[in-house]
Ligand binder design. Sequence first.
Ligand SMILES: [Ca+2]
Ligand SMILES: [Ca+2]
Length: 292
Amino acid sequence: MYSRISIVIATLFLVSTGINAATVFDNFGPDMSFDCCSGQGVGSLADQEIGFIFTPSNSGYLSNIYVAASTLSGTGEIIFTLYSDNAGEPGAVLEEFNLSGLPDYTTDFQPQQIIASGETFLDSSRSYWLTASHPNAPDISVWNDAISGGSTVAWRDSTVTSWLVQPHERQSALRVEVSDTNITIDIKPGKNTENIINIRKDRSLKVAIIHDTGFDATQVDPATVTFGPANASPTKYQVRDIDRDGDADMLLTFEVKDTGIDCGTTSATLTGFTGSGDGVVGGDSVTVEPCP
Ligand SMILES: [Ca+2]
Ligand SMILES: [Ca+2]
């Protein structure tokens, strides 16, 4: 299914922009700056959730989100949820991201990178909502504001069954990046589908980019590939027919310690570019052991 869609989208990009579209929404200031000392607090009321609507400037598969999130009290966790837009308010949940270990509010910190699954397609003719909520209310975390810009926010708490949508003088800090093409990757190709990674014993990890209808895996430039929560670069690569279907796939090797895969990791995403500059993204599940 995705192969045909991918071809169409890649073609549209070449026609419409001529370049790979990476950043499709960004309200960070120079050097990823944001407001240290203003933001949307979530968690103070049970299940409070707040977010704003944005429209991507180009279409593509969601690969990365950057936010600035901090903790005011409690466990330092926050949940970001991406929704489709349903007649001016958040509709269906498209993807959810949990962040933990947030830095303290009003301190100087780097924005957080959230690596998406690569499966969610963002359409530039549509709008989307990204909201923040707290898994442990009444602990409070903060989605820090951008330096400038207002927005339309949607808000709800446990006493409100529907969304309240209203204008707001601020906008939360957000960068959204997409890739043109969703690709099929196979972590530990040929092994069982659980993709078990022993983080004590395994030193290297093999990941295959599979040649699919409409996507030639050998077109990926290995030098542009990053993998896992820590954006590891491959230590080596080779072109081989991994799935034995007669066409050439690409096999990449990573050092496990470079990938950032750890207890709590349940999937890993690979991104890269083809020689002609199209962004590619794909994900696969992992099972990490030994873990408590
Ligand atoms: Ca596998
Ligand atoms: Ca093959």
